[in-house]
Design a protein around this ligand. Structure first.
Ligand SMILES: Cc1ncc(COP(=O)(O)O)c(C=O)c1O
Length: 467
């Protein structure tokens, strides 16, 4: 049944769509108790550019590009048509010992865009699988090259790297992990690059802080034993915790450490690749060459799912001879429709100069959001490119954060809903300290930055009354 907004209010079986959602849909990372009590399930039915509409006809700014995904914006007919054409021609074939042209062409294009000799592309269906694949590759690579004890990994506190058991072990968020223990052993955590929360002697000296934070990785490798550590997993800009960019010199020092101890550097770019920071791969933005890139989300702007692990020539070398093979794969990895859509998506990036657009406009986006620093609740605005976190604090002078109960009542009890009601879909998150996060489609400019700032201002001004 179609409503006056042109949306469907009933399922094909005739049930009320909301009721069917409450009865059957298991939403991810969702507290379903609200819906058990009859709450309205926010249901998005349409998108166009940077706007989305819900089932009641209300319009929102998509301030999170879906989930850090829809880089080129919603409603791109050419991507839908590409999917149709590919499905008509060859809807499915695996890349298990066989190939198809779309996967071949996409692999070549990603390799061309990746730095250094990262020339070998292993496709997955998403980011967590790419991270999982990278850890497995690191383990097997060292077994094949005479360092069989190297199997451990190092990553950073509060960082999110996905939900498969391996990727979840790499994730640095204890509350997400404890119900699924025991996880994969050998995953160790070090400090992240949250300079806002750095010790007082380091917070005003980004270079010294960067050196300190990078050296924590060397320390962990020493503690664990260099001959047991296979890889370090780092995001170019860490998402969870609210956008921690790397301090100057950080990745340069990390690269040195990895080379010194023969530990692989994995750049987890599931969020940061494909223009989020302003380049195809964000390691370019920060001037380092990793051994592996993991990526997904923006590769197709979400018009079809795909992910990838891109490995250096060195890592592929052992697989070129004898009976060796990477005994790992996914039925839908490198799906023909997704690969074709990714190529068309990258065509849009080039034709519309989206990366240059991000680089040009990012400073204005930051400046616009920094206007919010005049509010007593806004402690910090940080990020890079089209990727920002706004940290909320109880006391700006002391940087005191909210306790768990206050954070719960402000974020879940007020902010998430109030932002949505104000027509801004974004993320209010307290996996670290409470933050509001923004990662809109890469097409927007000053008019939309202003609009976002105004909506945030209205809601954040009210927030202290909802502790
Ligand atoms: C840095 C990072 N790695 C891995 C993942 C997992 O990706 P997916 O949800 O596609 O499995 C995410 C998801 O947000 C991520 O941000």
């Amino acid at each position: 049944m179609t409503t006056e907004h042109g949306t469907t209010s009933r399922t094909a079986r005739g049930t009320d769509l909301q009721q069917a959602a409450r009865d059957h849909l298991w939403m991810h990372f969702t507290r379903h108790s609200v819906y058990e009590e009859g709450g309205h399930v926010p249901t998005i039915v349409r998108g166009e550019g940077h706007k989305i509409w819900d089932d009641t006809g209300r319009e929102y700014i998509d301030g999170l590009a879906g989930l850090f995904v829809v880089q080129v914006g919603h409603g791109r007919t050419e991507l839908a048509e590409t999917a149709l054409k590919q499905a008509e021609k060859l809807a499915f074939f695996p890349i298990w010992s066989y190939a198809h042209p779309a996967a071949i062409e996409l692999a070549e294009r990603l390799a061309a865009g990746a730095p250094g000799d990262l020339n070998r592309v292993f496709f997955t269906t998403g980011g967590g699988e790419a991270v999982e694949s990278a850890w497995k590759l690191a383990k097997q690579y060292f077994k094949l090259t005479g360092k069989p004890k190297k199997h451990k990994v190092i990553s950073r506190s509060i960082a999110y790297h996905g939900t498969p058991h391996g990727a979840l072990s790499i994730t640095g968020l204890p509350p997400l992990k404890e119900d699924f223990e025991p996880l994969v052993p050998g995953a160790h955590k070090v400090s992240n690059t949250n300079i806002y929360r750095a010790s007082e002697d380091l917070r005003d000296d980004p270079k010294a802080f960067g050196r300190w934070a990078a050296d924590r990785i060397a320390e962990a490798i020493e503690f664990e034993g260099p001959d047991t550590v296979a890889a370090v997993f780092l995001e170019p800009v860490q998402n969870a915790g609210g956008c921690f960019p790397p301090p100057p010199g950080y990745f340069e020092r990390v690269r040195e450490i990895c080379d010194e101890y023969d530990v692989l550097l994995v750049s987890d770019e599931v969020i940061c690749a494909f223009g989020r920071i302003g380049s195809m791969f964000a390691c370019e933005d920060f001037g380092y060459t990793p051994d592996i890139i993991t990526c997904a989300k923006g590769m197709t702007s979400g018009y079809s799912p795909i992910g990838a692990m891109i490995a250096s020539d060195r890592l592929f070398e052992p697989y070129k001879s004898g009976t060796n093979s990477f005994a790992h794969g996914y039925t839908f990895g490198g799906h023909p429709v997704s690969a074709a859509v990714a190529l068309a998506n990258l065509d849009i990036f080039e034709r519309e100069g989206l990366n240059a657009h991000v680089k040009e406009n990012a400073p204005a986006f930051r400046r616009t959001l920094e206007r919010l620093l005049d509010l007593p609740i806004v402690g910090d605005v940080r990020g890079e490119g089209y990727f920002y976190g706004i940290e909320l604090v109880k006391d700006k002078a002391t940087r005191e954060t909210f306790n768990a109960a206050e954070s719960e009542s402000m974020l879940r009890g007020y902010l998430s809903k109030a932002l949505f009601d104000a027509g801004l879909y974004c993320r209010a998150d307290d996996r670290g300290d409470p933050v509001v996060q923004l990662a809109p489609p890469l097409t927007i400019g000053q008019a939309e930055f202003d609009d976002i700032e105004q909506r945030l201002r209205t809601v954040l001004t009210e927030a202290p009354n909802h502790l």
